[in-house]
Design a protein around this ligand. Sequence first.
Ligand SMILES: CC(C)(COP(=O)(O)OP(=O)(O)OC[C@H]1O[C@@H](n2cnc3c(N)ncnc32)[C@H](O)[C@@H]1OP(=O)(O)O)[C@@H](O)C(=O)NCCC(=O)NCCS
Length: 167
Amino acid sequence: MDERSAVEPVATAVSKVEMTQLVLPGDTNSLGTAFGGRIMAWLDIAAGISAGRHSAGPVVTASVDDLHFFMPIQKGDVVVLKAQVNYVGTTAMEVGVRVEGERWGGERYHALTAYTTFVALDDERRPRPVRGLLLETDEDRRRASDAAERVAERRRRRGERSAKFHR
Ligand SMILES: CC(C)(COP(=O)(O)OP(=O)(O)OC[C@H]1O[C@@H](n2cnc3c(N)ncnc32)[C@H](O)[C@@H]1OP(=O)(O)O)[C@@H](O)C(=O)NCCC(=O)NCCS
């Protein structure tokens, strides 16, 4: 990355990822629906690619917010994972991932949405500042504003946790 591109904000379109998977028998639980752990691995990959694109370098998963599976995804269905950076701090990025199931014929259903936080790392594996996020649409601004509230809430909860552990 040259010096100019390191500071210039980047449009959300740069970090958008759409990843498609097929639920094979090896991806299922004993009920024959998609194994939650597999979906989590896929969403971590989609979100990591999105954060890596935004930050133009390596990233690690710092946290994933509560996950709620609304609908089981059936064996043989297609899974579509849509990820994009919603909010950028100094070194951390919130990446939202919407996961949809798709039946043959194209009918889609919302299976879950996850909010993940990734931190960009430098060569010494220390947090590395990332480029800002260019908010071009009302939708971008709404996502960023919602994400800012979640970021503040996560900070609050981390503060509480660390106070508890260091008592
Ligand atoms: C994530 C990690 C790099 C943070 O390192 P750290 O030294 O604690 O960094 P800091 O406290 O300076 O925080 C860096 C940024 O991450 C954010 N952050 C740290 N922990 C977080 C968490 N649990 N959830 C959300 N954000 C978090 C901070 O708010 C900060 O954001 P900002 O720079 O945008 O303000 C470090 O804890 C780590 O390496 N964890 C293990 C990651 C891992 O192995 N993941 C699984 C495999 S990819």
